[in-house]
Every structure is written in C-alpha cells, then in structure tokens.
Unconditional design. Structure first.
Length: 92
C-alpha cells in the first residue's frame, strides 16, 4: 500500500477550513474536517482515481472531490502527497 503524507500547506488549509466552519457550527466543522482527513485513505488503494491535471506535467498531480471540497495530491513513487484542499465555491 502507498504511503500517505500531508504537506504543511494542506494541513493549514484543513485548519483554516475548521476555523471558518467552527465560527458557524463547531460540531459540523469537526465532522467536515474528519471526513476530509479520512478521504485520502481511499487513494492508498486506488491512487489514480483522481483526474490527472495535465498543466503540472511531468509531475503526476491529480484532483478529486470530497463532497463540496477539492483535494489535490501528487503521486511520487510509492508516496501520495496531499497538496491542498479548498471548498469548490472558493475562488482559487
């Protein structure tokens, strides 16, 4: 099985998301962050399930959606790096 690593940027995205949601509803914020944190474990079995983003060639950067959130990750040999995540309504 592939190793899964979160980048500092992705972890800060997760923290920022929690802070934003917690100001409205703390339990909903916790649920959202838990589901986002767990989502990449599916990638360990199916790492190429996400859509490949050609603009990053030759790097293998892909994206997949977790509910209303987009997660970007990169496959390097036997490691999956979670790069970033954000709500699809955010202007990115």
């Amino acid at each position: 099985m592939m190793e899964l690593k979160w980048t500092i940027k992705a972890l800060s995205n997760l923290a920022r998301l929690y802070e934003f949601l917690a100001s409205i509803n703390k339990s909903a914020a916790a649920r959202a962050v838990q589901s986002l944190a767990a989502a990449p474990t599916n990638l360990q079995k199916n790492p190429r399930i996400g859509e490949k983003l050609e603009e990053f060639n030759p790097r293998e950067v892909r994206r997949f959606l977790v509910g209303n959130y987009e997660m970007r990750y990169e496959i390097q040999e036997s490691t999956i790096y979670v790069l970033r995540l954000w709500h699809t309504r955010e202007d990115r």
